[in-house]
Design a protein around this ligand. Structure first.
Ligand SMILES: C[S@@+](CC[C@H](N)C(=O)[O-])C[C@H]1O[C@@H](n2cnc3c(N)ncnc32)[C@H](O)[C@@H]1O
Length: 691
């Protein structure tokens, strides 16, 4: 070590000497066993929203982001720049440059609304898709949801050596001798923040991976999550096998990290063995979906069902209506009537005849579901003939009967036999059929996405830990094509859940698309370039189409979902907002405008309830009844503000630089959640680019 210090003393450049000393000091403390890897330089952030000015640190949009320059002057849209290391001077057109934040610099994120889809207008549950580099999105989420997330599911790039991911905006391939340590540095940085998001008692992290990094990942997780219980599931994702010249590989892995009180819920499909039972005992929709589901297909299966909506029971079942007659939708004796109305508003048919249905009602085998505004009617579910047979054979048992409604509760008889195993083999986990093919049937074959998961593999992975938590908050920060959002929508549809999903993906274009765009003269950050990125070209269209139940051309999707027998064309009741994470220039954004830009962040902090609001004018206060939060912008107006706070409001933001003032105001709202915001709003959300 002494020799190194002697050599160090000879380094003339003070800044370089200090950096070297710091690195050597760190290295000397590095442990000599366990997972040892080279930590790589921190990742830089391109800030496309920030104008290039004199003094800015910049990089070339098409170059390596870590090759940085300082802008000395700008004349006629050409910047005179000095390379940060070689100090060579270069004249570069401003439009070819992008501002870059370096290690240690503060940056100010905000969420720019891009689009939204609302297919559950009566629900206040809103999911979120964020287009961003996940490192910065995670830093924002740390402010928003520290210790609040129930399940983080990620499917990161597998580092196969085939240019499947980028480090500091450069593809990492098999020729890169540092590729494993780069991948570990990249993952470590993100997992450290991910851990801060997880509920420390009951949170679960799930990371999928394949043979290329599974062992290193497991060691990294052991190191970062020492107090968690870690277990690995092996699942068959490609039964036909990928031949690699030796064994034919059919499997991938999901590593689960369970906080102390987190468990896998029993009573599910064991995921291996001959019986492909789906999940827990399922109540089937009475409304027929898929092929032969119109009124004309089975005329005698079109009859009215009268209900007591308060109790949630059927009070009478009418006779089949002759085909030539129009149904009457008016209530009878105050009892609403349910007819089989399909999601496109046309008349459908029930799955069983009126006589059989009456028998089911008398046995307590029928449930009335939620009111569905789109169809202007209620859902009806029942125990299918297959489940009834299982009740007769004793495989399913009736565990109770509601004393008011007579409706039964059912469970599999041998829940131990249903405990989920560590090896999963289910055809529905096939990534080809239920990943790649499903995506192309939704957004078309031209839009290619490499390596999506089967929507059912993702559903089963997450459901195993959030089955009984119907309000779970789920985060996926390598969202790719949006499979996790799709799976959460489907999961909520399975059991009437209100689980919320936050997905994050970057807007990377594929290598081929990048080459084609460059040839056409486009650069990263250009509108045309961005429109081919994953978030805009794949994730968002897939989300919108699957929610609406139609493909990219507006044609109803074909087929039925497994597990639910719901037609894909019925869509999924879900509301999703799409944002891009941007960065504000603290010096150029006026204080008044900062709040306007930050409303989506506050909406997320308040639980993303209802459609994300926006504000046009500066006001002393904002009361967002529908979103259940309020902001007091001018503390002098506190008395007036107090009068306006209704019982709907659950979260209040007080803008004040005085800690004592905040304490005084918030003490009036001990039963609500309150937060202090400094009047320089950006300071509240400033994040530091760090290791
Ligand atoms: C293996 S894919 C995930 C696939 C996803 N589970 C699905 O079924 O579609 C990994 C994704 O992570 C995204 N990604 C890679 N690095 C990222 C980063 N730093 N920030 C955000 N997303 C990133 C890539 O765009 C890629 O789509």
């Amino acid at each position: 070590m002494a020799a190194i210090h002697d050599l160090l003393a000879q380094v003339q450049d003070e800044a370089l000497r200090a950096r070297l000393e710091h690195e050597i000091d760190r290295l000397s403390k590095t442990k000599k066993f366990g997972l040892v890897f080279e930590e790589h330089l921190p990742e830089c952030v391109p800030l496309y929203d920030i104008p290039v000015k004199r003094g800015s640190t910049v990089a070339k949009k098409t170059g390596t982001i870590s090759e940085m320059y300082e802008v000395y002057s700008i004349n006629d849209d050409v910047a005179t720049c000095y390379h940060k290391v070689s100090e060579e001077r270069e004249e570069i057109p401003v439009e070819e440059l992008v501002c870059v934040a370096e290690f240690g610099e503060p940056i100010y994120p905000y969420l720019k609304p891009i689009d939204s889809i609302c297919n559950a207008p009566t629900s206040d549950l809103w999911h979120t898709l964020i287009e961003a580099d996940n490192y910065h999105a995670l830093q924002l989420l740390e402010y928003l949801y520290a210790e609040k997330v129930d399940c983080i599911y990620i499917d990161p790039p597998y580092n196969t050596g085939a240019k499947d991911w980028k480090y500091n905006n450069d593809y990492v391939d098999s020729s890169d001798e540092y590729r494993h340590s780069k991948w570990l540095s990249f993952m470590e940085r993100r997992l450290i923040i991910a851990k801060k998001l997880l509920n420390p008692k009951t949170g679960v992290l799930i990371v999928t991976i394949d043979e290329h990094e599974v062992h290193r990942l497991r060691m990294l997780l052991d190191q970062l999550f020492p107090e968690y219980y870690i277990q690995m599931v092996t699942y068959v994702t490609s039964p036909s096998g990928a031949s690699q010249g030796r064994f034919s590989r059919i499997e991938e892995y999901a590593i689960y990290c369970f906080a102390k009180e987190a468990y896998v819920q029993a009573g599910d499909d064991p995921m291996i063995g001959e019986v492909e039972t789906s999940t827990s005992v399922r109540w089937k929709s009475l409304l027929r979906s898929g092929p032969s589901s119109t009124r004309a297909d089975r005329k005698n299966m079109f009859y009215p069902i009268y209900i007591d909506e308060k109790k949630g029971v059927v009070v009478e079942v009418g006779e089949a209506l002759p085909f030539e007659e129009e149904p009457d939708f008016s209530p009878v004796d105050g009892h609403p009537v349910i007819w089989p109305v399909r999601t496109d508003g046309t008349l459908g048919r029930w799955s069983v005849g009126a006589e059989t249905f009456r028998e089911l009602v008398s046995k307590g085998y029928v449930q009335i579901g939620r009111y569905d505004e789109k169809r202007n009617t209620y859902g009806v579910t029942y125990l299918s003939s297959q489940t009834q047979k299982m009740i007769e054979s004793g495989d399913v048992v009736i565990t109770g009967r509601d004393k008011d409604t007579g409706i039964v509760s059912v469970e599999y008889a041998n829940s131990h036999a249903q405990a989920i195993r560590t090896v999963w083999y289910r055809t529905r986990h096939n990534a080809g059929s239920y990943g790649t093919n499903m995506i192309s049937s939704i957004i078309g074959k031209e839009r290619k996405f490499s390596f999506p998961k089967s929507v059912y593999a993702t559903l089963d992975s997450i459901y195993s830990v959030v089955k009984s938590n119907k309000d779970a908050l789920i985060v996926d920060f390598f969202a790719g094509s949006g499979t996790t959002q799709h799976a959460v929508n489907l999961m909520n549809c399975l059991d009437d859940g209100k689980r919320r999903c936050i997905s994050i993906t970057n807007n990377e274009v594929s290598e081929n698309e990048a080459a084609a765009l460059l040839e056409q003269g486009f650069k990263p950050g250009d509108k045309e370039w961005e429109s081919y990125g994953i978030a805009r070209y794949i994730t968002w269209p897939r989300t919108v189409c699957s929610v609406k139940g139609e493909d990219i051309n507006g044609i109803p999707l074909k087929g039925e979902y497994l597990l639910t027998e719901r037609a894909l064309s019925d869509g999924l009741e879900s509301n999703v907002s799409f944002f891009k994470l941007g960065f504000l220039d603290q010096n150029t954004v006026a204080l008044g405008r900062q709040l306007k830009e930050l409303i989506p962040v506050l909406w997320l902090k308040a639980g993303s309830i209802g459609r994300c609001p926006s504000i046009e004018e500066v006001s002393s206060m904002y009361i967002f009844e529908e979103n259940q939060f309020a902001i007091l912008n001018d503390e002098k107006e506190f008395v007036m503000f107090k009068q306006k706070i209704s019982s709907n409001i659950k979260v209040i933001f007080f803008v004040t630089d005085s800690d004592a003032g905040y304490r005084e105001m918030s003490s009036c709202y001990e039963y609500l959640t309150t937060y202090q915001l400094y009047s320089d709003y950006l300071e509240n959300f400033r994040i530091i680019v760090r290791r």
